[in-house]
Design a protein around this ligand. Sequence first.
Ligand code: ADP
Ligand code: MG
Ligand code: MG
Length: 883
Amino acid sequence: MTYVYRFGGGVSDGGKGDKNLLGGKGANLAEMASIGLPVPPGFTISTAMCTRYYEDGEQFPQELRDEVADGIAHIEAVTEKRFGDAQNPLLVSVRSGARVSMPGMMDTVLNLGLNDETVEGLAKKAGDERFAWDSYRRFIQMYADVVLELDHGAFEEALEIAKEDNGFTLDTEMSAEDWKALVTVYKGLVEEQWGKPFPQDVHDQLWGAVGAVFGSWQSERAKVYRRLNDIPADWGTAVNVQAMVFGNMGDTSATGVAFTRDPSKGDRAYYGEFLINAQGEDVVAGIRTPQYLTKAAREEANAKPASMEEAMPEVYAELAAVFDQLETHYRDMQDIEFTVEQAKLWMLQTRSGKRTAKAALKIAVDMANEGLITREEAIARVDPAALDQLLHPTLDPDAKRDVLTKGLPASPGAASGKVVFDADAAERAAAAGEAVILVRVETSPEDIHGMHAAKGILTARGGMTSHAAVVARGMGRPCVSGAGSLAIDNKAKLLRVGSREVREGDILTLDGSTGEVMVGAVATVQPELAGDFGTLMEWADQVRRLKVRANAETPLDCRTAREFGAEGVGLCRTEHMFFDAARITAVRQMILASEEAGRRAALAKLLPEQRADFTAIFEVMAGLPVTVRLLDPPLHEFLPQQEAEFAEVATAAGVDVDTLKRRATELHEFNPMLGHRGCRLGVTYPEIYEIQARAIFEAALDVAEKSGEAPIPEVMIPLVATRRELELMKTVVDKAAQAVFAERGKTVEYLVGTMIELPRAALKAGEIAEVGEFFSFGTNDLTQTTLGVSRDDAARFLSAYVEKGIYAKDPFVSLDVEGVGELVSLAAERGRATRPGIKLGICGEHGGDPASIAFCEAVRLDYVSASPYRVPIARLAAAQAAL
Ligand code: ADP
Ligand code: MG
Ligand code: MG
């Protein structure tokens, strides 16, 4: 067969290697069947069919109809039931399944194959009227919602009314007759809303559902999710059709979800929830509060209802054995869905479980220590970008907390922000730069964009495996779910807990690690860098070739960077030091001076300040290289912009207002990014670079003397385009060095090099390397100048460019390897040809981006330099790049 792959009953046409074709769910169902686990038989329609379906204008070819008939025959043979048979009906589920699990895809339809006739057969065969009609009402509701896309509110209301009329609170109180009556109401609702009666032909039902799965691939929700997660539109989804097993056949039946290890903390303990006499998504939908899987978890939570371990010890033992078998087989933590039908266990899904960064780290390190995976695999398993979650502050345990309520600790981390009650509001507020907490009764895939925009998520309903919890963990957003005491009034835009009220715009703080919800902002503390984090970093350091430095210009940044493992400073920007209130006046005097003598007088005031800056930095970085970039921005940035400031500034600088204004006008540039900046300042006012160089060498000698360990200054000349520019500037720096060394009678080792941030410099790198002793690729400017795109103005159109696939990612976030990357590799090659072994690094934002780091490894740069908090990310990414 071409499009249909069977599984179960001793057959597996596919396996876990076939994810691209069968989707994750289908591939793993086939795999589980092939290793002898109890999987209800079924078949998968491949993703290739989805692609063809869209190519053919949303038609099913005859070929597929034939193959599906064979697939159904396979299920019939294994189950000894017949699809559509009035006496012995086969029921199936129709499940979507892309390569990666994707919210936004069609929800599963269960119990397909029921109609007015087969429901009677099912009742007779099972000897259970109630079960049969319960299944039928579930089927109609799901089909109406998911396939026919009718208004599900009306169906929920009808159920509520039915329960109210009977004085029931729980679904389990409904009798066979009650369900039967509800089915009649449901069928009426379908006819009313859809204009046609509920489809009675089981084949129509099946094809309707298959079409809906394919259709959902192009749903708005799926598109949004794909965009946020870089999933190509041409992957398509598979469809799984599988024999039903019933968790709603009484008290020896159940359904549940589980993780083989704790997905939140990473502990080696089975973790999950289940519900007796329930079906499908009841567990995650929060219809009843699910029960714990293990006795230990139940006891820890102080919960009453028996755990599965206690309620069904034999099936539980079987399930635990399956957990171990799956973990060993897949060599990873698994996220599992199962159903128990009258004490018989059935496996319905397994996949690598989503986990927090903390859990990812712990699980990787533990599994390597257990010998289940190698250290290299452990390194490869942890997403460097996810480390971000661990590197940021958590709530200060000693800070005062005004605890409003407590929910489940669904996704760890701390977040404070203004309360909003819907996803669109979250997105709007975040776009305006506000931190928000999204508060919902429960989340659904429609809320994804809001969850993404929010700093944290709070829900009133739903367990640890609810939609909110799973998605938040995947995104690395702190989340508290199932805060049951929360009453949310979406209309009035407020929430209540007892007599307390929190309105939209008020500040809440969430602690996703404890489940606490607090009123107001709460102080935070720095993260813990020892333990598993330290272990994995150590392993990464043993593997990586690239050195990792930090972009840092204050002693505090430098200390943070060293704590995070930086091996030097790759970019110390000196202009930030000039903005300091104490010295900006001297800077302005320098700019306002009409000739060299005046500039030198002002610079003389700046020299001790600059020296102190460098001394403080060198002390922290003793023994390590520190790349100091000489003054780079256009001078007008240091002059006042506001009319109101002119008078004050003029007085402070000792000039009249008119002179100040005239100078400001003179310095005005139409395109400052390409204006009088970088080494162009040094060429016109060499004394500025001279004094900066002097400050560097004096500071280096001071620190060497004091600590016995000299830093290695690397003096970097910005925005060089030609060899001659660099040569002139190098002479200035060398002269300053000679002067200082002569005065002090001592020397330090140093280098003079340049940033490569203009295409001309990259092209002429061979010549420039005759003078320059190192290159640092300034990929922020190099991206601007190569693409001809201004970083400051790009936001307006770049997202459209990414959406339309012109650039795969924002080129200022992830290096444009094809274009800018070609210049980098060409410059590296030409530079090395002139000066073998020339030191090469990167200091743009890209130095902390894992994909860009992989590129830096490929062109064999010597180091990457990233902001201090991204140093660990860079260390891990560099190790992964080297594997
Ligand atoms: P999702 O991708 O949203 O998890 P699934 O296709 O896994 O959707 O289906 C959700 C749930 O429906 C499953 O966890 C399981 O409880 C139930 N389900 C799916 N297929 C069957 C089946 N053949 N028999 C019994 N329950 C099923
Ligand atoms: Mg679902
Ligand atoms: Mg599932």
